[in-house]
Write a protein that binds this ligand. Structure first.
Ligand code: SF4
Length: 194
């Protein structure tokens, strides 16, 4: 596998620095040329967005990865949920499976389109490392986005590297976020604490 991938260009969607630390290391060891993109309109609050972006910039600088940063477009996230609710006549705020599927679709379609337009051979996401994410759904949505834009989705189950990744991030002085990103995930975390 490693030899086949050597020198291929991969566009990595980074959700946060603490998930991406191990993933970048893994992909670079495979011999892939890694470029990264921070497209996360789901993140709630501009300050939180800036904090996570700053950490991703530090990580990319330390690992020699070129980072693409599209504008922070929080409206794109809420529009996506709103359009789903309008089509299906139901609220999905409190239904994580449906809500997260829309969130993955928004981000992975953007990244697939960008990858195709900019000559990447494949794309992937650091979301695949998190045991808190719905990995098979990400795989399915990533593959669909890949088919749509004719650029393969690179799937790997990186969950075994999750704690190593957190450790790597902390060693670089980076923050490990305590919730996924959207306003609903903040609420869900607070409810769990209670
Ligand atoms: S919990 Fe995470 S994946 Fe789900 S909608 Fe919120 S930000 Fe997106």
């Amino acid at each position: 596998m490693g030899r086949m991938l050597k020198n291929k260009k991969i566009l990595l969607h980074i959700c946060c620095a603490s998930c991406a630390a191990y993933v970048i290391e893994f992909l670079q060891k495979e011999g892939l040329k890694v470029e990264a993109i921070f497209y996360n309109p789901n993140i709630h609050g501009e300050q939180e967005y800036k904090n996570r972006l700053r950490d991703v910039e530090i990580l990319c600088q330390k690992t020699g990865v070129h980072l693409i940063v599209p504008p922070y477009d929080v409206k794109a996230y809420f529009n996506r949920l709103y359009n789903y609710e309008k089509r299906h006549y139901r609220s999905i705020e409190n239904l994580p499976k449906l809500r997260c599927a829309e969130c993955y679709k928004l981000r992975l379609n953007y990244v697939a389109r960008y990858a195709k337009k900019n000559g990447a051979d494949m794309f992937t996401t650091s979301l695949l490392i998190s045991p808190y994410q719905q990995q098979s759904l990400i795989w399915q949505i990533g593959a669909e986005a890949g088919n749509k834009y004719s650029v393969p989705f690179y799937f790997r189950d990186w969950r075994k590297g999750y704690f190593r990744s957190m450790h790597q991030a902390r060693n670089m002085g980076l923050t490990v976020p305590k919730y996924c990103g959207c306003v609903y995930s903040i609420k869900e975390r607070q409810e769990k604490k209670l």
